[in-house]
Design a binder for this molecule. Structure first.
Ligand code: PLP
Length: 380
């Protein structure tokens, strides 16, 4: 059998990873500023993480959600304390799309309504409703298309008000910083408006924090910058530092019922051990503060580089919009300087999504290479 060929691949095979670096099978070292789609939060192969998962595997790796799994309680407790929403309830699943799918479904169960608002350039995953509210028709199969998905312009308060006047809205789902869309930051006033309209109309505010959450923005959730609380936060990516796990944090006013949501793998022992290790390291090593400091430094330096049109983002989720298409620049960074960066749906925007414990020397390594590659490209 062959693998289903849906991914364009770099001709590189990493076989070892440590911190912010990868090595291929020929021993070539790469600086990883992309973390495999923003997944690596505490750095590759962090010793505490490796230890926790190994220890757990030697005890019990999996049992389903039909028995007591106290690791789930430990995870919920640590997550609640670190994110500042100790009174929320945690439902565990396996990926970002699944987290969003469950959040949207839960909202509809909760208020009995159907319509969901999302935004232009937003990305919420590839499952049924998650893809329907994603602004990319090429990945929405005919069976996923639904009139329940209303995709509105970004940061447009008037359009939002009009939609609430016209339709019975179940939920608004929004990334505080659009990742795939090219790191576009929601205005604080827009997020506040969503909060108010949801409160006034018995709709739920779903904060898709799959990419910008877990400390990446310099706060636990990027939505925190607006000083509002969402009804449901969805998370994945950085949560397991590579071990597949997702979750939704649910406000106390939303009540559970047996059978309402469910999954076979979600919340298994190994996944919980991985996610607990991630939270331990984020807390002990103060990685949220490091994300803020390193992100400020990176963004400030990038603003003065010739050929950079705009620098967007917060913390260690940075979009560098260039005056020229970024594909050639990213290739040169990889081929000549062995640095991985990320693309986005904006053809001129590079995404930088490093591990939250990246240091200044690694950022300087990138800045030197970036300046050199960009200046060469601007001359030619
Ligand atoms: N939501 C956001 C904001 C994302 O960036 C992604 C993935 O890139 C998803 C949801 C989907 O996550 P997954 O690929 O784990 O299903």
């Amino acid at each position: 059998m062959k693998n289903f060929d849906v991914y364009p691949l770099f001709n590189i095979e990493p076989v070892k990873a440590q911190g912010s670096y990868l090595w291929d099978k020929n021993g070539v070292q790469y600086l990883d500023l992309y973390g495999g789609h923003a997944v690596i939060s505490i750095g590759h192969s962090h010793p505490h993480y490796v230890q926790k998962i190994s220890d757990q595997l030697n005890k019990i790796g999996f049992y389903s959600n039909s028995v007591l799994i106290s690791l789930q309680e430990e995870l919920a407790d640590k997550l609640g304390k670190l994110c500042g929403h100790d009174d929320y309830q945690l439902f565990l699943c396996n990926s970002g799309a699944e987290a969003n799918e469950n959040a949207l479904k839960l909202a509809s169960f909760h208020n009995g309504k159907k319509k969901v608002i999302s935004f232009k350039k937003g990305f919420h995953g590839r499952t049924s409703l998650a893809v329907a509210v994603t602004d990319n028709p090429s990945i929405v199969a005919p069976v996923n298309a639904t009139e329940n998905a209303l995709i509105l312009p970004w940061n447009d308060e008037q359009a939002l008000e009009n939609a609430f006047k016209k339709e019975e809205i179940s939920a608004v789902i929004i990334e505080a910083m659009q990742g795939v869309g090219g790191v576009h930051v929601a205005s604080e006033s827009f997020l506040k408006k969503i909060r108010t309209l949801c409160d006034e109309n018995n709709a739920l505010y779903i904060a898709d924090s799959v990419q910008d959450g877990y400390g990446r923005s310099g706060k636990f959730y990027a939505h925190d910058f607006a000083g509002v609380s969402a009804d449901i936060y969805t998370m994945a990516k950085g949560m397991g530092n590579g071990f597949p796990i997702g979750g939704i944090a649910i406000a106390p006013h939303i009540k559970p019922k047996h059978g309402l949501l469910g999954t076979t793998f979600g919340g298994n022992h190994l996944a919980c051990a991985a996610a607990i290790a991630v939270l331990d390291v984020i807390a002990q090593d103060r990685l949220i503060a490091n994300a803020a400091t390193m992100g400020d430094y990176l963004m400030k330096e990038c603003k003065s580089i010739e050929g950079v049109k705009e620098v967007r983002g917060r913390g260690l989720m940075v979009g560098l919009e260039l005056e020229i298409p970024c594909a050639g620049i990213r290739n040169a960074l990889l081929e000549e300087h062995k640095i991985f960066t990320g693309s986005s749906s904006d053809k001129n925007t590079i995404r930088i999504l490093p591990a939250l414990n990246i240091g200044k020397s690694e950022i300087d390594q990138f800045l030197g290479a970036f300046k050199s590659v960009l200046s060469k490209a601007l001359i030619s």
